[in-house]
Design a binder for this molecule. Sequence first.
Ligand code: GLC
Length: 749
Amino acid sequence: MNININKTINELTLDEKVSLLSGGSAWYTQPIERLGIPHVLMTDGPTGLRLSKNQVSVGEETLGNIEKSTSFPCSSAMASTFNQELMEEVGREIALQFQEHGVSLLLAPGINGKRTPLCGRNFEYMSEDPYLSGKMAVAYIKGVQGEGVGTTLKHYVANNQENKRFTVNAVMDERTLREIYLAPFEMAVKEAAPWSVMGAYNRVNGTYCCENNKLMLDILRDEWGFDGMVVSDWTAITDKVGSVKNGCDLEMPGPSMRDQEVLDALETGVLSMADLNDRVRRVLQFVQRALMNKKEVKVDYARAHEVSRRAAEESTVLLKNQDDILPLNSNLKIVVLGEQAADVMQGGGCAKLDPERLSPPLDELRKRNPDLVYAPGYTGDAPDEKLINEAKVAAADADVALVFVGTTYSIESEGFDRAHMRVADSHLALIREVAKVNKNVIVMISSGSAVEVHQFDKDVKAIFQLWYPGQAAGEALVRLLYGEVSPSGKLSETYPVHLENTPVFDNGHVNVEEVEYKEGLFVGYRYYGTKKIPVQYPFGHGLTYTTFEYSGLKLSQRDLKNGDQLEVSLNVTNTGGVKAKETVQIYVHDVRSQYPRPEQELKGFAKVELKPGETKRISATLDERAFAYYVPHLSKFAVETGEFEIRVGADSRDIRLTELVRFESQDGVTIPLTDRDSVLDWLQNPETSDRMKTVMNDKFGGPYRTDSSIFCIMSGLTIRKFFDQSSLLCPGHNVDVKKTEAYLTGNSE
Ligand code: GLC
């Protein structure tokens, strides 16, 4: 069906237009039967189709029982694959299930920055690093939209905590907003063109996102050229007229109770008809896109399950493998402990699905070890002595104890933040007690974000971070445990040692109406690395069953200018005995900048599979943006002239090769000097240094010593004082103030 949008806009009554700016119900757009405009269905992800059975019927929809669908690993897991092709494949499979159920818009991906590991919704977000988040979001969007289903980039922007999420005001400087929280949205909008963007609940610098002119119009539309639809988060609209005026196209859920406010605003001129028609056009264009991309699909759920299994395999991160206890020898007697072994954890809230099949680790381990002993070890969050003792007895009689722990639905979920960074206390108690009777403990952690492990990491031989691994969890884990596939996940977020080490800990993020992002750019490894703070496991960390050697780093050029692309290439060799995949990470270090910058930032990565002894050459391309930062006095991203270190690493702290490049930039990043800046500032500033040296030579009647006491005193003077006081400071050396000023302002003939 093809809607003639201009004709439709002309035929719509005013009431019909206003009604289009909110849903026809909780999950549909508004139909206009009179003109044959149907409604369009949308629902959540991000890890699969979450469709309640009565969503499909019109009328009152509730979040009743959910249709079965394939459950894929959560977003923090998928980001840990560092595998864009696999992300795209998962996106395609999810989209096919949306098509099969007639759903046109997937309310995902979520790419909010992980400012603190405590955010209850971190499992739905990709990474602490904006580049990784952006690249994985691009892959997800391309996969989904390639199958004719729209995506919704969310939550725009700075929805970085669940506590008070409907009202909290995120207060931050422009560089932090641009370089950390907006950056992944900018990348995704520019590189993948999502059909829609979801306005977040919270405020940014005092204004609610859904009515934030700067975010919704100046940046998203005018700067980035976004041409899709802006949809509010559910019930996020506080000022209906303000949201329409400032660029929010569709209020969800619908229908709105405040259409009359819009009509009144049109009457009084607060809202223009042009504004109204623009928002109506966006909604109609979305409906048009949805209708034109619908297709009949018969989903191959077995294939989808296989994709989910590969995703779980590649997202699982091997954090520790002491004494190379892994992979397991299949004749070892194992015991399986922990209730989570019999389940597959998901994140709580609107991302929770009803998996169309389930492979819990316990079931899969039993297939390989029919007589294995299992003990739940805990039930709920409080330690249970009886269950622990039962587990200890079982563990004492086994070669290896597999212990399943993590967060629980009462610890980590949408709607609230974690109160601590530990796994459940009952899980901790189980690990500690079992480690007393078995020296070969292997811990599996199911969580959406980093947890503390210092309470037990010395007592156990190996640790896997499973994240929330999706319905194929068991099949994937068994293949990883027994070495049928080597682990290849790398942490998409830092594992701090203690919550108290995190940059946000003393920033009181948890329960206040206003949160000042005092840590600024320094989140995640940008904080721990720059401040040299020890971490449990660094960003990008992940072990495997072989070893890799990096060599032959080559750069396409050493001297760069604006518009250049730098190709970085190197050899990676599998120097061990089993096939495995390695993710090579490329970080950029700005040797010297006028504004503070993180010590290094991820600007490229490549994943490669290598057989034993095999060498492959991998390459990645760094564009100008890889060197740029947001320069406040230019109000744009720009490169500062200078040297940059290209660092190639296996993780953010395991840098294997480095090379230096020089970037000659025409961006004029030099902070403009004023007469309040010092003589020394003028001497050190590349653009004024020569002129200033001439003036100083004049004053001193020739070359001057920078270690002389008079120089040291004068160099701290503001340049204004320098003019006014110089003859006093330097008797006998009259300084022609006009001439000096002309020199300094570059107006000397
Ligand atoms: C929520 C979430 C959003 C979700 C929407 C619909 O409250 O914040 O991510 O897509 O409602 O369920």
